[in-house]
Design a protein around this ligand. Structure first.
Ligand SMILES: C[S@@+](CC[C@H](N)C(=O)[O-])C[C@H]1O[C@@H](n2cnc3c(N)ncnc32)[C@H](O)[C@@H]1O
Length: 219
């Protein structure tokens, strides 16, 4: 047991078919994410996803890549039930979802041996400590020269920031002062300090980005 209160979790309104949940935003971006990520993961990759939500992105990648093993997770029990229901229906290469809240000390106990860390639409809607925890986990939970970290979401990019992302940032901060669209430069600095090269930047639907971090080559 822990005496820590759970951190606030924001979930969009989702439609349900039994335990399976359907996210309107996932319907718009899951194919673009599935196509990109399926082409990046090494053969037989073991993937840990943080904040898997409905589980639809996991299904999208797993169906394209039956050779991989996907470990979904979420601190929200209803989301975990959805991920498990999607897995049972459509993606045998998805493992039973784990209850991982990255603001909890020791959240990564017993985990390891992954080739990729994946996190979609989480770091802006959670405390910055969650981004820091992902960067810390990228040092300890994944190994191998072709391992990678894949982050998807909106970012601030100085004067080039899309107006919709500035509005989104304001709205997030008004809901919770610890949330907010993150500056790409801050995220890159965090991962550089954890040993990752500057990421490949892919433009995605609705002014979102995919950032793909790979290991810095030794000099
Ligand atoms: C906006 S939803 C994104 C869900 C899914 N990745 C997607 O893109 O559709 C944010 C997700 O982050 C999860 N989350 C929030 N706080 C978290 C934390 N402290 N640790 C891990 N996951 C968290 C929520 O439960 C939720 O599933």
């Amino acid at each position: 047991m822990t005496d820590q209160s759970p951190s606030e979790i924001a979930l969009e309104s989702r439609q349900a078919k039994a335990a399976r949940l359907f996210s309107p935003s996932a319907a718009r971006n899951r194919d673009a994410i599935g196509d990109l990520l399926a082409g990046l993961l090494p053969p037989s990759a073991r993937v840990l996803e943080i904040g898997s939500g409905t589980g639809e992105h996991a299904v999208s990648v797993c169906q394209r890549r039956p050779d991989i093993g996907w470990q979904p997770s979420d601190p929200d029990a209803v989301s975990r039930a959805s991920q498990n229901a999607w897995a049972a229906e459509m993606a045998p290469n998805m493992r039973p979802s784990l209850d991982l809240d990255l603001t909890r000390p020791g959240w990564d106990a017993g985990l390891g041996g992954f080739d990729a860390l994946v996190c979609l639409n989480v770091i802006h809607i959670a405390p910055w400590a969650v981004a820091e925890a992902i960067a810390a986990a990228s040092r300890t939970l994944i190994a191998g020269d072709d391992s990678l970290v894949y982050l998807y979401g909106p970012y601030l990019e100085g004067a080039a920031t899309a107006p919709s992302n500035l509005d989104f940032d304001r709205s997030l901060k008004s809901r919770n002062a610890q949330w907010g669209v993150r500056a790409r430069s801050d995220v890159e600095a965090l991962f550089a300090a954890a040993g990752w090269a500057a990421p490949d930047r892919h433009e995605m639907p609705a002014n979102n980005l995919s950032l793909v971090f790979r290991r810095r080559s030794p000099l």
